[in-house]
Write a protein that binds this ligand. Structure first.
Ligand SMILES: [Zn+2]
Length: 80
């Protein structure tokens, strides 16, 4: 059986469906017997759902950077 530490390390992959069949079984098995980890996974799932529901904020400075990079590239391209 997994330890709680191993369980926690796999939690995010478990929620993302990234685990192998075998590992998923191990996680489910642990969750069956460990109320603490069950609560942890439930909270994590809730948090992921909340994060996904949030509107995506534009990252400040990215447009600026992209513009500067493309200006650099054009300068480079015009050189002989
Ligand atoms: Zn546990």
């Amino acid at each position: 059986m997994l330890t709680c530490k191993e369980q926690v390390a796999r939690s995010s992959d478990y929620l993302d469906g990234q685990l192998s069949f075998r590992e998923r079984l191990m996680v489910r098995h642990h969750l069956m017997f460990c109320p603490n980890c069950r609560r942890f996974v439930r909270q994590m799932r809730l948090m992921q759902a909340t994060l996904r529901a949030m509107p995506e904020e534009p990252v400040p400075g990215v447009d600026d950077l992209a513009e500067r990079l493309s200006a650099e590239r054009q300068k480079h391209n015009t050189q002989p």
